[in-house]
Ligand binder design. Structure first.
Ligand code: IMP
Length: 443
């Protein structure tokens, strides 16, 4: 059996969805195992652009079974919008999507609470969440008392349980000072009726995914685990508190999917050839100048989920070395190489200066990371478009020199280079053979 993970190594938006969609036909199963509608995975198939939030990026391949496992938090209203939107375009999720009955639900009160708390400033800036209710939902999961899971939707106790929690949430949010219109939205009667309609529409797809996945492992199936967000946003290992509420680095796969480590043998670490971050938090290589604006424009760096402009900066080899080691990365995928084609010179951060000292590791405190001054190496730009490049030897020498330096600094070979959003704009290097992937045929 081959368990391959696709993990973002920066602050999310590394174009993981494109890779998962491209690799999916070589797998029997694609598994989403953490995060929720805060994710926005864009898949470009010919002239069609799909923006997926909950649904695994393998959904466009009818022969691939897609799983949403216990570690994901699901907003049924947005998930149904997504399922219905795909159906209008001929993609029928009912055929090849199974949703774990153990997954937790993002309820309307989580959205209200997220919006309310997100407006709060922590150490000079707000976390800048996606306002999708992610943090409050994971908090209720850990707190247990107020948690609602998929399985609750299909139990005879549903209305009673959801009604009681809704009543308590009205009181709790009211005491916090939430506006009356938000409290009206979570009135118990309204939520009980909403939950019944979710159950009607989703019950055919809700089931056990844990046994299903373990059976697949034991039956030697090929499984692709699709990470959401990026490892620098990991709740335990990222740039806390400016992180998301799940384990978005490679260490999150086992707990979120319900799979023991023995079944995972390859990890593809995905990063952009530069860096981006959306929301608040420290970002040592951020470019708040014309070059940053240029990268944003050339890379169309605006959020898939919220439309927010992304903060842009140079490639940070210190941060990526850390997240690649943490995630057990066996090969790197370097995305958006085409965006850098237009720049005269490129910089790569090789170390930081923190309070007058050179360091080569990412500090754990956000205030320390904020004080890190990047130490750069400058590499000449190749100033030649690469979007038509389809094999390694077609790249300009300057582009290959840039890739080689990143491999040296991160300490892991690059197996995949992406030169544009389309499936065909992907180059597999010799190092990709280690991933046991079949060479791609004509797209
Ligand atoms: P939350 O996940 O909505 O709680 O947001 C927490 C932080 O993670 C914020 O800085 C968000 O901008 C960021 N974030 C969450 N999901 C994504 C994503 O899919 N891509 C990029 N950033 C994300």
């Amino acid at each position: 059996m081959s368990g391959t993970c696709v993990i973002g190594l920066q602050w999310g938006d590394e174009a993981k969805g494109k890779l998962v969609d491209l690799l999916a036909p070589q797998f029997d199963l694609v598994v989403r195992y953490q995060g929720g509608a805060n994710a926005g995975h864009t898949v470009v198939a010919g002239d069609e652009v799909y923006k997926l939030h909950h649904i695994p990026s393998g959904i466009l391949h009818p022969e691939v079974q897609n799983l949403i496992t216990p570690g994901v938090v699901i907003n049924p209203t947005t998930m149904l919008d997504e399922i219905n939107g795909l159906a209008k375009r001929g993609v029928i999720c009912q055929d090849n999507l199974r949703i774990s009955e153990r997954a937790h639900l993002v309820m309307p009160w989580h959205m209200a609470e997220d919006k309310f708390i997100n407006a709060t400033v922590v150490r000079g800036e707000s976390i800048g969440t996606t306002n999708r209710g992610i943090g409050p939902c994971y908090r209720d999961k850990v707190g247990r008392t107020h948690a609602i899971r998929m399985t609750d939707l299909v139990q005879s106790t549903r209305d009673e349980r959801i009604g009681i929690v809704a009543e308590q949430k009205v009181t709790l949010l009211g005491n916090m000072g939430a506006p009356q219109e938000d409290l009206d939205e979570i009135a118990p009667d309204k939520i009980v009726a909403l939950a019944a309609s979710w159950a009607d529409q989703l019950h055919g797809m809700i089931g056990d995914t844990t046994d299903f996945l373990l059976d697949a492992c034991e039956a030697d199936k090929r499984i692709l685990f699709e990470g959401a967000q990026g490892a620098l946003l990991d709740i335990d290992h990222g740039t806390f508190p400016f992180v998301t509420s799940s384990n978005s680095s490679g260490v999150g796969v086992c707990a979120g999917a319900g799979v023991p480590p023995r079944w995972i043998n390859q990890v593809l670490g995905v990063c952009k050839a530069y860096s981006t971050r959306v929301g608040g938090g420290p970002f040592p290589t951020e470019l708040e100048d014309e070059t940053g604006d240029r990268i944003r424009k050339l890379g169309n760096e605006f959020g898939t989920t919220t439309g927010r402009p992304r903060r842009c900066g140079w490639f940070d080899a210190v941060a990526v070395r850390y997240t690649a080691r943490l995630s057990g990365v066996t090969r790197l995928a370097l995305m958006m190489m085409d965006v850098l084609s237009h720049l005269d010179e490129l910089k790569v951060c090789v170390a930081y200066e923190l309070d007058g000292e050179r360091i080569e590791r990412l500090p754990s405190h956000a205030d320390q990371i904020r004080r890190c001054l990047p130490i750069y190496e400058t590499i000449p730009g190749w100033k030649q478009p690469v979007d038509d490049v389809r094999s390694v030897d077609e790249f300009p020498a300057g582009a290959l020199a840039y890739v080689k330096r990143i491999e040296e600094l991160v300490g892991i070979p690059v197996g995949v280079l992406s030169v544009g959003p389309d499936r065909a704009q992907t180059v597999f290097t010799d190092a990709a053979a280690e991933l046991s992937l079949q060479p791609l045929g004509p797209q």
